[in-house]
Design a protein around this ligand. Structure first.
Ligand code: MGD
Ligand code: MGD
Ligand code: MO
Length: 755
């Protein structure tokens, strides 16, 4: 028997793959890397399981009648396996027809999604390169993860690096912070994932080390599960979406208690006076007192006083999870937190100030040298058209209409063709039942994926992509000390092909082969990309191996940076020499630029509390606020096939809320609102605040397969509203949703399985 053990990488960590006689038999975490064994261990099922797409497929009526068939049958008709030439000819002729008869912007190719950890075969990058070479397309700008922050932070801080990359390091926190106040908490499940993949998954240990050094932890979240394991934290449980009120009240308290650092505000910020006037109630006759915040957030005023006593003394690190800004007016908690940190005057000091995302992704706050992970260059898009990442449904429903986005106006194109490779909109978008209807409008939908996701099931032409195991690549994360060579371990499963090879074939048919490939094959690209890393390393005086050396070694350990990261340290040390990229060069607590946009109702020019449309402050007595969090053992919709035995997904409720509905732990329930309904398995959680429900994202959308219209697997995005954070950020506001929960008829209690 031939046996080979080799290292590879995915977004959920570096792993060792065991290949016997050409077949992957086992995958386990890279020794010492700390990745989750269940997630890594799913690789054989991912490679060979029933969900794998093994051949190209075409929707039956498209095959029989061509594009004239219309989109009504999308997701209902059967998919017919075809040979590669038939499928590629069809894709090429559809693209040609649309480019001939319509502007290039009517090809939608933003293709948002996480794709692979390998940076060359990153499908989203490849599809955008291909469509740019072929004639142009409508792109997506910003992201789902921190769309609101991406738009806001450049106005406040000059760029968006504070959202994760420039975070103050955990060593600095352990050594210098007296307390870390974490809005949205530090849920360890989110540390299983790094964008680009990581060799180092030891955030729980870094946090524990900080606690051992005496850092006090305050977790502000509706659920105790957001406290990292083994940490003795103070838990404060506000109603969802009310953090801004809490933060503003702390800033107001800083004024009352004479703790506002005027010297810092004068030297490093602009607009402090207008912000302070708002805190005092000049604009709305409402001083932002602790009592005011208690009334909004449902946190007893005594707890807020206790919180202020912690915040008022010592070195304080303020942080917020990305979830807070994935809600209506999600710009505001971030801006308010920066303003509070400015009032405390510790921005730029070791262990002080603010940072975002510590609780959101592995590697945030881990010092690592940037610029070592190869990045595939893009190609200029001749259509010069883009929409905000989370506005796909609007685009499909409202062609020709104007949208506003961060001070600019754009027009939604009339989408004729959708091309998606490396993302899953029927996982990530909100209000999926509406998307289901709008998705039928375009003439053609083309999807590449390795698995039969809900999106692949709703395509006209499905092209089977290889996985990371079946091709050579280089991957890594800018938050991790390793870059990995990802060797081809097995032959392509079924007839699957690399996305790059598929696009190269299509480019040949469309006459743009050279523009797309630039004359390089996989090996030539990998050598080219790695040589850029070597040049970068040489600039730092670091000797990186050549391509063949990297390939032999399997990974390159990038030496740690010389200086630990402290957010805005240089700015603090010399604000004139290191002016920020804002118009004033300083931190903007009032932004003339945003004032000029005229977005007063949804994003005024200074931090503000604005009520969302859906929250417990405006709910009927039997409504619950639904949070849809990242899944514990999946990456979004990925890995679902290895965990589907748990279907439908759990919904966590406080036992009091369950009892009030006559429900018991383990019951299969119906979760519903005016937008849709899904099944879920009730999971009573004493650590969850009353009035709040939590479901993980990631279950594959299966609407009404029992004829009832009720989504069967527990996908919360049939319930979420397709509203954006504001006209500034146009981010996803998935976390602002009310639902009802009732017993499913007839009643069923699920056999309990592990999670
Ligand atoms: N309700 C709610 N919704 C949310 C969120 C939330 O908090 N609440 N969070 C949002 C966030 S932050 C995000 S980032 C999105 C995530 O949404 P997505 O990033 O779209 O989710 P993934 O399931 O990771 O999609 C990646 C797809 O690429 C495919 N893929 C992987 N490798 C390859 C490859 O090599 N080639 C090809 N062709 N395909 C490949 C995978 O099979 C998968 O279908 O979800 C968002 N949606
Ligand atoms: N295991 C796993 N980890 C992941 C991912 C995954 O799919 N699986 N996806 C990755 C991606 S793409 C992203 S963008 C990040 C997202 O990172 P986040 O957005 O931070 O992750 P979430 O799990 O949505 O939310 C974190 C916590 O915020 C709390 N929370 C939600 N709303 C509120 C609120 O209004 N106020 C307060 N105080 N707390 C609130 C919830 O209790 C939740 O547990 O996660 C990354 N990590
Ligand atoms: Mo994300």
């Amino acid at each position: 028997m031939q046996r080979r053990v080799a290292t590879s990488l995915c977004h959920w960590g570096a792993f060792e793959a065991v290949v016997e006689n050409g077949r992957l038999t086992e995958a386990r975490p890279w020794p010492g890397g700390g990745a989750d064994p269940d997630m890594i261990g799913a690789w054989p099922e991912l490679a060979y399981g029933r969900a794998r797409i093994r051949r190209p497929h075409v929707r039956r009526s498209c095959l029989e009648r061509g594009a004239g068939a219309g989109g009504a049958g999308r997701g209902c008709e059967d998919m017919v396996p075809v040979d590669w030439d038939t499928a590629l000819d069809l894709v090429a002729s559809e693209l040609e027809a649309v480019y001939r008869d319509h502007p290039a912007a009517s090809v939608f190719g933003g293709s948002y999604g996480w794709s692979s950890a390998g940076r060359f075969h990153h499908a989203r990058t490849q599809v955008r390169r291909f469509l740019a070479a072929a004639g142009g397309f409508t792109d997506q700008s910003g992201n789902y993860s921190w769309g609101a922050a991406a738009a806001l932070l450049p106005h406040v801080l000059g760029d968006a690096s504070a959202v994760s990359h420039a975070a103050t390091g955990w060593d600095s926190i352990a050594e210098h912070s007296d307390a870390l106040i974490a809005f949205g908490g530090l849920n360890p499940k989110n540390w299983r994932v790094t964008s680009g993949g990581a060799g180092y998954h030891h955030m729980p240990e870094l946090v524990r080390r900080a606690a051992d050094r005496g850092v006090r932890f305050v977790i502000i979240s509706p659920i105790s599960a957001d406290i990292p394991p083994g940490i003795d934290a103070l838990l404060i449980q506000p109603l969802p979406n009310t953090d801004t009120a809490l933060i503003l009240a702390l800033a107001h308290e800083a004024l009352c208690d004479d703790r506002a650092d005027r010297a810092f505000l004068d030297r490093y910020t602009v607009g402090a006076d207008r912000f302070i006037a708002y805190l005092r109630g000049a604009d709305d006759n409402q001083p932002k007192t602790l009592e005011w915040a208690a009334g909004i957030s449902g946190v007893p005023v005594g707890s807020l006083r206790e919180l202020w006593r912690i915040v008022r003394s010592g070195r304080i690190m303020l942080t917020a999870a990305w979830s807070l800004q994935r809600a209506r007016h999600g710009e505001q908690p971030y801006w308010a937190l920066i303003a509070l940190a400015a009032m405390l005057g510790q921005i730029g000091l070791p262990g002080g100030g603010f940072c975002f995302g510590f609780g959101s992704l592995n590697g945030v706050g881990m010092s690592a040298r940037r610029g070592y992970v190869p990045a595939m260059p893009g190609l200029a898009n001749p259509a010069a058209s883009s929409i905000p990442a989370a506005s796909v449904l609007d685009m499909l429903e409202r062609p020709g209409e104007t949208f506003e986005f961060n001070g600019r106006r754009g027009t939604y194109p009339d989408t004729r063709l959708i091309y998606w490779a490396g993302g899953n909109p029927f996982h990530h978008a909100q209000d999926l039942n509406r998307l289901e209807a709008a998705w039928k409008r375009p003439r053609t939908v083309i999807v590449h994926d390795a698995w039969w996701t809900a999106t692949a099931q709703r395509a006209d032409i499905v092209l089977p992509a290889t996985t990371t195991l079946e091709r050579n690549d280089i991957g890594g994360s800018s938050r991790d000390p390793f870059v990995f060579f990802m060797p081809k371990l097995i032959e392509p499963v079924g007839e699957s092909r690399d996305d790059y090879a598929i696009f190269a074939e299509l480019a040949r048919r469309l006459g743009c082969h050279d523009r797309f490939t630039q004359g390089r094959d996989e090996e030539a690209w990998l050598r080219h990309l790695w040589s850029a890393t070597r040049t970068r390393a040489a600039r730092d005086g670091i000797d990186a191996p050549d391509y063949d050396g990297l390939r032999r070694a399997g990974h390159f350990h990038v030496p740690a940076p010389d200086e630990p990261e402290i957010l805005l340290e240089r700015f603090r040390s010399d604000p004139e020499a290191n002016r920020l990229g804002t118009p004033s060069g300083r931190i903007e607590l009032y932004s003339e630029t945003i004032a000029g946009f005229g977005y007063d109702e949804d994003c005024p020019p200074r931090p503000a509390w604005i009520e969302p449309e859906e929250w417990l402050g405006a709910a009927a007595p039997d409504e619950l606020h639904l949070l849809s969090s990242q899944p514990a053992k999946q990456l979004h919709g990925q890995l679902y096939q290895a965990r589907r035995h748990n279907a439908p997904a759990p919904i966590s409720l406080n036992p009091g809320d369950a009892a009030a509905r006559g429900l018991r732990d383990g019951d299969i329930v119906r979760v519903f609102n005016g937008r849709g309904a899904c099944l879920a398995r009730l999971d009573e959680d004493c650590g969850l605040r009353q009035g709040v429900a939590i479901m993980p994202t990631g279950s594959w959308y299966a609407p009404g397969t029992d004829g009832s219209g009720v989504e069967q697997n527990g996908n919360p995005n049939v319930l979420t509203a397709d509203r954006r954070t504001s006209r500034l950020g146009q981010g996803s506001a998935a976390q602002s949703v009310l639902v009802r929960v009732a017993r499913r008829d007839p009643p069923v209690t699920a056999a309990r399985t592990e999670e």
